[in-house]
Write a protein that binds this ligand. Structure first.
Ligand code: CUA
Length: 341
């Protein structure tokens, strides 16, 4: 009697951590269903198709699992005497061959029916209304906007889109394989050196979404991120027009310090003599959502840290550190850059 009680108490003690573990695992699973970087919280037509396909598969898989478990329970607990050979053969034929063929064919047909939504813009010969060229580089993103009939606009580390418009992306790489993925908007596509890949996305909801590089590309792969800002069409047009105008940097204090330290060898600022193409274009860097390709707040301290020790913030970065410069000089450049809106 006393042994029974003890084992019961122990059993309950052992079950509690298991329950907690299950709840924690469930909470972690659920947390993947929402947020700025979730394919299950879609904000674009392609992502909606992918999320619907996912939930249909989960529901179908769950139903089949319940049916199989029911059959298993029936066979082991209820019907204890063995089947006749013919009944067993029928069960194998229907349950093991016909059922999977029918279910898999239906799922294949359903999956294929979603394909037109996920297809890139290849059938149309003329230039789309908005095409964005994105080049993956270790460890940042070069972004160029091509609006039909207008000059290209160069930016970096952030993508802005008008809501409700199908946008074509041309994806490239300057060095190794990277991968472009805006989980909230749609599918993922690799950026391969020497090759132009095409992806078409249409955002259905305004907001700011997060995109990490989705292919290991070197020591700072995990620090290669960009934001996608989906805006109302009018706001997007205003933003693009502002982005196309020369940078305020030609007249701002601090340009001397920027040029005196050779920053223009790698970076461009429109309207000034800085026209480097190795690093990100800085013409309007002050107005970007983040700094350092999605890893720092866009504020003076971040510029100071990045200029002083870029190798600490982003191991493997090609930018040299300027830790030999006086603090005042670095702060002047930082304030100058933050002011470029
Ligand atoms: Cu770029 Cu990983």
């Amino acid at each position: 009697m006393s042994i029974g009680v003890a084992s019961d108490a122990r059993g309950r003690r052992e079950r509690r951590p298991l329950k907690q573990l299950f709840l924690i695992a469930f909470a972690v699973l659920l947390s993947g269903c929402a947020g700025v970087q979730s394919a299950l919280d879609p904000a674009g037509t392609e992502a909606e198709a992918v999320a619907t396909l996912f939930w249909v598969m989960v529901a179908g898989g769950t139903l089949i699992w319940i049916a199989v478990m029911g059959g298993f329970y029936y066979a082991t607990r209820i019907k204890r005497e063995p089947h006749s050979e013919r009944a067993a053969g029928r069960l194998i034929l229907w349950g093991g061959a016909v059922f999977p063929v029918v279910v898999l064919t239906l799922l294949l047909a359903y999956g294929l029916s979603l394909m037109p939504k996920l297809r890139p813009w290849t059938a149309v010969a003329e230039e789309p209304a908005l095409r964005i060229e994105v080049t993956g580089e270790q460890f940042w993103w070069r972004v160029t906007y091509h609006r039909a009939g207008e000059d290209p606009v160069v930016a970096a580390n952030e993508i802005r889109l008008p809501v409700g418009e199908r946008v074509v992306f041309t994806l490239k790489s300057a060095d190794v394989v990277h991968s472009f993925w805006i989980p909230s908007l749609g599918g993922k596509m690799d950026m391969i050196p020497g090759r132009d890949n095409t992806l078409t996305l249409e955002a259905t909801r305004t907001g700011i979404y997060r995109s990490p590089c989705a292919e290991f590309c070197g020591s700072s792969h995990a620090l290669m991120v960009f934001s996608t800002v989906v805006m109302e069409p009018d706001a997007f047009d205003d933003w693009l027009a502002r982005e196309a105008r020369p940078s305020p940097g030609a007249k701002a204090d601090g340009l001397d310090a920027f040029l005196r330290n050779g920053c223009q060898a790698c970076h461009a600022i429109t309207g000034t003599e800085a026209n480097g193409v190795i690093g990100p274009d800085l013409s309007h860097v002050g107005s970007r959502d983040t700094l350092g390709a999605g890893i720092l707040q866009n504020e003076i301290d971040s510029y100071v840290a990045l200029i002083r020790r870029p190798d600490v913030i982003k191991p493997g970065i090609r930018m040299p550190g300027f830790h030999g410069l006086p603090d005042e000089e670095i702060e002047t450049i930082a304030r100058y850059l933050k002011g470029l809106e």
